[in-house]
Design a protein around this ligand. Structure first.
Ligand SMILES: CC(C)(COP(=O)(O)OP(=O)(O)OC[C@H]1O[C@@H](n2cnc3c(N)ncnc32)[C@H](O)[C@@H]1OP(=O)(O)O)[C@@H](O)C(=O)NCCC(=O)NCCS
Length: 169
């Protein structure tokens, strides 16, 4: 669905079971996940169930966090996309990205986030996209800066201190 110089991002498919299982226990992918272990699956059936839920959400809403692949090798790199979230009683969308540890430090998160933000604002027709990070998650905050997001405010998300960012059309 989205192509960048080095990456391909597409919706989940049922044959992505091995990718979900890999990310479910990857140390890097699971950093700052809330609650911890939220992506964990114990077998193929559980992974397929989680993927089916994502596929249905994508069919319904046309957005979601999707798998990202390295075009040169076909390797599964992580996920990037958007989901709805509640902000002060209003329904907004937030961008998210998570990479497998072996793919940190290559510029892939920023490359994916930039393309996804352009897609959401220019093609999918959203007027604004939020991003938020735990206040100790400096690597993620850097991705938002490099993607052109501007700081809005400190706020609590899932009871934890986060920093809210915004990109607008
Ligand atoms: C947040 C996260 C995705 C950031 O990944 P990342 O690889 O550090 O981010 P980037 O894609 O921006 O890569 C930046 C690094 O790649 C380096 N890099 C190497 N080659 C590069 C290239 N060709 N182009 C751009 N940057 C390159 C940059 O110098 C930079 O290193 P630095 O931060 O030490 O200066 C990653 O830490 C992660 O998955 N964390 C766990 C999940 C998470 O927290 N997600 C966000 C929740 S809000």
């Amino acid at each position: 669905m989205i192509d960048t110089a080095r990456l391909a991002i597409r919706p989940w498919r049922l044959d992505d079971v091995a990718h979900w299982k890999a990310m479910s226990t990857d140390v890097g992918y699971n950093c700052f996940s809330s609650p911890p272990g939220i992506y964990l699956v114990r077998d193929d059936a559980e992974a397929a169930e989680r993927i089916a839920t994502r596929m249905k959400a994508f069919t319904d809403a046309k957005i979601g966090k999707m798998p990202v692949f390295e075009k040169a090798s076909g390797a599964f790199v992580g996920t990037c996309g958007a989901d709805f979230f509640d902000l002060s009683g209003g329904r907004e969308i937030e961008i998210g990205y998570r990479l497998m540890l072996e793919h940190w430090g290559k510029g892939y998160a920023t490359e994916a986030a930039q393309a996804m933000t352009r897609y959401l604002l220019d093609d999918a027709g959203f007027a604004k996209v939020h991003g938020f990070v735990h206040r100790h998650n400096r690597q993620s905050e850097k991705v938002l800066h490099k993607t052109g997001f501007v700081f809005v405010k400190d706020f609590l998300w899932a009871g934890l201190p986060h920093r809210l960012y915004l990109a607008e059309h």
